[in-house]
Structure formats: C-alpha cells, structure tokens
Ligand binder design. Structure first.
Ligand code: PLP
Length: 352
C-alpha cells in the first residue's frame, strides 16, 4: 500500500545553532516531526511538519490514565554519508505489542516505516557522524480523548520526532541491586514500553543516584533474588566462558540490542544462556574470580559497561573495561554494523 504523506517543511531550520560536538542526550530536536492521528477506527492524515508544540485538552486521557507508549531507535550514516536505520521492523512489532497490552490501536507497519524514512530523509543533515553518536528517533502514541473516566480512548495520536545524540553513558557505570522497589510483575506491563513503567522507576533510580550509583539492577518482585534489567538496558554477565542474560519471561523488555547481541555472540561461537540468573550466582562467581564482564544493552547506551555492582552492601568490582572480551566485541561489532564499517551479515540495516 502506498502511503501518501503531506509534507510541510519549516522555513526556519535551526541546524546552524547546534554545536554537534557538545550535545547533551535528549535536549536538541531536529527540524521536523511525523504525525498521524487515529479516529473512527482508522489512522488518518499522515503528515510531516515542523517540530513544535502541540495543543492538548486538560482532560486528555493519556495524561490521567497513562494510555501512552513509545519506542526508541536510531538512524546512522553509512561510510558514504547515506542515512540508514537499524532493525526498524523490530520496533514497530514491539510497539504494536505495547499497543495491544495497553488497549491501543496497532499502527500499520507501512505507515511507521514510510513516515520514519521520509522524516529521517528530510532531516538527514541532523544525523551526526562522530563515533558513538546518532540521530535518536522517538516514536510514541498516546490517547487523546477529552474524557474523564477509565476506559480505552477512541482517539490517538502517533508522532515521531528525532534528536541528534552522543553516547548515553560516557563512562562505565556503577549499579546497585534493588531489593525494596519492584519494576514489574508477571501479568503486568513490564514487557512493553508503557510510559508509566518509566514514571514508576524514577524514585527508586533517584534514590540510588543519591547513594552515588548511576543505575539500579531490578530484581524479581517475589524474592528480589533474580536479576531482571537495569534502567533502559537489558543485562548480560560473563561467568567463566559462558555469557548469561535473563530470559524474556513477561517482566522484562525484549530489547532489540539484546536480541542482536545474542545473535552476534552465537555466530562467533560463544556459549550464551538465556535463563533465570540469581544475584547469589553472580556474587559466588565474583568470589571465585570468574565474573569477567557485566554490561547493559540498549538502543540509547548501546553497550553500557558496568564498573561495579553493589549487592547487599558489598561492591563487586569488575575487571578493567579494556580487558573485557565480550562487551568490547559487541560494542565494536554493533557500532560497526550501525555505520556499515562492519559487514551487515544478518541483514539488519534498512537503507533510506
Ligand atoms: C526497560 C528497558 N529495557 C531494555 C531496553 C533495551 O531495549 P532496546 O535494545 O530495544 O533499546 C530498553 C530500551 O528501549 C528499556 O526501556
């Protein structure tokens, strides 16, 4: 199906005001955004327009009842300066999983991909090329009924805006194992990108930051024993010569970077286990001297190397990052595929 997108380009590009060398993550927005609205059971009026404020009713149901979901992805330039996307179909599939769980309408893949491609094309000059930088893409959908009362909205808006970004974590991070608060339960919404998940994580994360940690490691809601994820990343640990990552069991987000890392590692002959991982197992491996690596994986951070893990008051200090075979291999391989410096043998790149 051909999607016809109405285009209204800005007469006042802001690009000349941007200092691309010194961008703080998530603070600079490119010139345009893509928007499509849902009413009467249909997605209507796809358009690209200048990035700017939108008018909302005070009774907007997303604001009161949290029917709001989002995605996070990136565009890069290849070695010839041409724009490209990394596994965008995975993002629309995951967004539609989120939509389903939150009683929101699914967005047809062709509207998502076409809107994304045309938007990135129009703001192609905003894609930074410095190592570790990218054009971050933020698709999101929210309920727009002006109605007070708890029931699924009948009207929705879907928008994508973009922002040039540098690395999310400029240096290895220190994390603390969370044993009081809970991120998700089975049967809840932890496996989708519902906005409320992030609102609920702010106080626990803020408290950890006040203690001097960058992030928390969420543990299961029943026993606070099994590791789940951390911030906006999935977790990996290397014990001996085995790479471990928590299995997707309904409480953690199925990260696209996680899935890609598993594929790269298996392809390189590493032993990868997706299963329940207890903190006890990690602490024992540390005591035996076989905890070789720990890192988070996610679109924003790519590979967030963990410097230390605080568990029950004890700091487990990981080996120096230069010595980490697995996280360095993944960072170089994924980073290389993003910008076509490394062959895209899995067919993950979509050219624009
Ligand atoms: C809670 C959470 N876990 C994990 C991830 C990593 O997912 P991805 O690799 O698709 O960015 C994210 C980021 O989207 C996240 O928000």
């Amino acid at each position: 199906m051909a999607i016809s997108i109405k285009i209204n380009k800005t007469q006042h590009s802001r690009i000349h005001k941007v200092d691309f060398e010194n961008i703080q993550f998530g603070t600079i927005f490119s010139d345009h955004m893509f928007r499509v609205d849902y009413s009467d059971g249909e997605w209507k009026n796809p358009q690209i327009l200048p990035y700017g404020d939108i008018l909302l009713a005070p009774s907007l149901s997303a604001l009161h009842y949290g029917q709001s979901i989002f995605e996070g992805m990136k565009a890069f330039k290849d070695q010839n300066g041409k724009a490209q996307l990394f596994r965008p179909v995975e993002n629309i599939e995951r967004m539609n999983l989120s939509a389903k769980r939150m009683a929101m309408p699914e967005l047809p893949e062709e509207i998502f991909i076409e809107g994304l491609k045309q938007l990135v094309k129009i703001d192609e000059q905003w894609i930074p090329t410095k190592i570790g930088s990218a054009l971050y893409l933020r698709p999101f959908m929210f309920a727009t009924d002006d109605y007070v009362g708890v029931r699924p909205s009948k009207n929705f808006t879907f928008i994508i805006f973009t922002c040039p970004v540098n690395s999310y974590y400029p240096k290895p991070i220190n994390v603390i194992v969370e044993e009081k608060y809970v991120r998700a339960f089975n049967g809840g919404v932890g496996f989708v990108k519902a906005a409320g998940n992030y609102g609920a994580s702010m106080l626990p994360t803020f408290e950890a930051q006040q203690k001097g940690y960058d992030q928390i490691i969420w543990t299961d809601g029943r026993e606070h024993e099994y590791v789940e994820e951390s911030g906006t990343t999935n977790l990996f640990f290397v014990i001996g010569d085995t790479v471990l990552t928590p299995n997707i069991d309904g409480t953690i987000l199925q990260g696209i970077t996680r899935k890609s890392c598993i594929q790269v590692l298996k392809d390189r002959g590493f032993k990868v286990e997706e299963r329940k991982i207890s903190m006890k197992e990690i602490a024992e491996a540390y005591d035996k001297g076989i905890l070789k690596d720990a890192f988070g994986t996610g679109t924003a951070a790519i590979i967030a190397k963990i410097a230390g893990i605080n568990y029950k008051g004890k700091d487990l200090i990981l080996p120096p990052v230069e010595e980490r075979e697995v996280s360095n291999l993944l960072y170089n391989t994924l980073g290389g595929i993003y910008t076509s410096q490394v062959e895209d043998k899995f067919g993950w790149i979509m050219k624009i």
